[in-house]
Design a protein around this ligand. Structure first.
Ligand code: AMP
Length: 252
């Protein structure tokens, strides 16, 4: 597995800078990844990052990183955490505040793979406005699709590294050593919001909001639908083929 790109600017926001700036690539990718919880967007964002060179930028990772830096109840992050644990969406103003604070990541010469943002129409409209103001264009919106029955199995086996947020799956993408992150050696854990009740709430939130976001980008001809069945390498291969069919060469 390739080394995880330094994402300090994204995870910490504000004036934080990445210690390891992205390398020059002959092509800069700017993608949005959509799909229901458990479909494997996070895994694909990391695999695509290795294949194409752009940073995987997950809003969920910002919340998880903030949690590990401590976010007491009563603070915006503490309140967000309570919603996340229940599987509910964080309010748009909180999410958009985080994105504005990290706007330089959207202008980064390394490009981006947005994972988990935008999730609602107000978020999509704000992202469009930020990108237009910076004269940045999206290449494509990858919409990962899977039969609902398979989601539960995907989510129930999912494990995440509490330090670097790498994502594994007990059966489909196991770590080399059980319970230990291949990248950084930290202990792996199950996400609290991967428990069945929270997963049902998240799926409901996805169906209620994100499908409109997919339709919004579909009207602009940006959506590429990808069947997310099979193992992560197979899904990555389908993604790269789909991008090349759209006239995008996928070599770095
Ligand atoms: P994820 O890792 O993308 O599944 O995100 C984990 C949780 O963080 C979600 O279930 C939401 O509670 C919250 N979250 C992440 N991104 C967003 C977003 N764009 N809008 C609202 N809530 C979000």
């Amino acid at each position: 597995m390739a080394a995880l790109r330094d994402r300090s600017a994204w995870l910490q926001g504000g004036n934080a800078l990445c210690l390891q700036p992205p390398p020059e690539a002959w092509r800069t990718w700017r993608l949005v990844l959509l799909g229901p919880p458990g479909v494997g967007k996070g895994t694909q964002a990391h695999l695509l990052s290795s294949a194409l060179g752009a940073c995987p930028l997950s809003t969920g990772d910002i919340f998880r990183a903030a949690h590990s830096y401590e976010s007491p109840p009563g603070t915006a992050m503490g309140e967000a955490r309570a919603r996340i644990d229940r599987g509910e969406l964080v309010p748009d103003d909180v999410v958009l505040g985080l994105i504005r604070d990290r706007r330089k990541c959207l202008r980064c010469r390394g490009g981006f793979m947005l994972d988990g943002f935008p999730r609602t129409m107000p978020q999509a409209i704000s992202l469009d406005a930020m990108l237009a103001a910076d004269r940045v264009e999206l290449d494509a919106v990858l919409n990962y699709e899977i039969p609902v029955e398979q989601l539960e199995e995907r989510v129930s086996g999912r494990l995440i590294c509490r330090r670097c947020h790498a994502v594994y799956h007990a059966r489909n993408h196991p770590p080399r050593q059980s319970g230990v992150c291949d990248r950084c050696g930290e202990t792996l854990e199950q996400r609290k919001d991967d428990e069945p009740e929270a997963v049902r709430t998240r799926l409901h939130a996805y169906l209620a909001t994100t499908e409109a976001v997919a339709a919004h980008y579909s009207r602009r001809g940006l959506v590429i639908s990808i069947r997310a069945t099979g193992n992560p390498s197979e899904i990555l291969a389908s993604t790269l083929v789909a991008l090349s069919h759209r006239g995008f060469a996928s070599q770095r």
